[in-house]
Design a binder for this molecule. Structure first.
Ligand code: NB4
Ligand code: NI
Length: 193
């Protein structure tokens, strides 16, 4: 079972590496990793479990955060009917995005960052992601709004990017310059979520 002890924190070199592609068919070990990542999100969103296990709540987790440098993402959000929506994305690839940008009004936090960092983190408002699921089916996923932001935060982890790398006026020794092709220019018609 994954707990906060398993989550590596900023300064750990794995968080700055590009994650490796996962080989298909999935090994039992990779399947176990996938499922334990989703179990962590479920536990972290369950107030009783979270207190008992001392988990910070999370809506997403990327494998590099548990020191597994592989292209695996788990996302657990809620739909309009308040039902959980769980997604496991393997070898995800951003295939297209809107020009329009969006950001979370309350800023972003990261389970690998043990301090609050304020500031605007520009993200694309809508994205299309090609990925395999846990059944090894290739799919194109469309995300918008809050969900699109969560997925982009996780995709960044697979590329060694931390959310504060994207905050314009933030200064810190741990902040790194974005590769030019990763820069997201803020749009005029930006959505605040
Ligand atoms: C990933 C998110 C940071 C910004 C927005 C939010 C929470 C994380 C990090 C975008 C992605 C984890 C992975 C939350 C949270 C709202 C929904 C449902 C019920 C509690 C939960 C709390 F916990 N970020 N934490 N941070 N990360 N919303 N919510 N609620 O998830 O570092 O790379 O359960
Ligand atoms: Ni994070």
């Amino acid at each position: 079972m994954i707990t906060m002890k398993d989550i590596i924190r900023e300064g750990h070199p794995t968080l700055r590496k590009k994650a490796e592609q996962v080989e298909l068919p999935l090994s039992d070990k990779n399947l176990k990793t996938l499922h334990s990542m989703m179990e962590f999100l479920r536990n972290s969103q369950d107030p009783e479990k979270a207190e008992e296990l001392e988990l910070r709540p999370g809506v997403g987790l990327a494998a590099p955060q548990i020191n597994v440098s592989k292209q695996i993402i788990a996302v657990r959000t809620f739909n309009d009917n308040d039902e959980p929506k769980e997604l496991l994305l393997i070898n995800p690839k951003l295939v297209s995005h809107s020009q329009e940008t969006a950001y979370l009004e309350s800023g972003e936090g990261c389970l690998s960052v043990d301090r609050p960092v304020e500031g605007i983190v520009p993200r694309y408002a809508r994205i299309k992601v090609e990925a395999y699921n846990e059944h090894e089916e290739k799919n194109i996923f469309r995300f918008r709004g809050y969900e699109a932001i969560v997925v982009q935060h996780e995709l960044d982890h697979l590329n060694g990017i931390m959310f504060y790398d994207r905050i314009e006026d933030y200064e810190d020794d741990l902040k790194q310059a974005l590769p030019a092709q990763s820069v997201i220019p803020r749009s005029e018609n930006e959505t605040i979520i």
